[in-house]
Design a protein around this ligand. Structure first.
Ligand SMILES: [Zn+2]
Length: 92
């Protein structure tokens, strides 16, 4: 794994930890940093990262806390508190 990918992984864990602490602003900061690293290095963000971050407001999503999760027609629909929806194929 190259350094940029490792950095993204680390920022992802930091964002997750901050979100778990209820520090949403700090989590958002790490999410934005990770996005920037990915962009600069032309990397695709890991699937877990994409699924648990809001494209609109960069919040790290915690189902039941700041996001709602529904399974509908074979898709997972995640709704952020900001109102943005994201849809993913359901993969068990
Ligand atoms: Zn949002």
């Amino acid at each position: 794994m190259d350094i940029a990918a490792e950095r993204i992984e680390r920022l992802h864990s930091l964002a997750r930890a901050a979100a778990a602490d209820g520090a949403d602003d700090r989590a958002r900061y790490y999410v934005r940093l990770a996005r920037r690293v990915a962009e600069r290095n032309r990397l695709t963000l890991p699937r877990a990262f994409r699924q648990f971050t809001c494209d609109r407001c960069d919040t790290y999503l915690r189902p039941g806390k700041n996001a709602r999760v529904r399974v509908r027609d074979g898709h997972v629909v995640i709704t952020c508190d900001c109102g943005a929806h994201a849809r993913y194929p359901y993969e068990g």
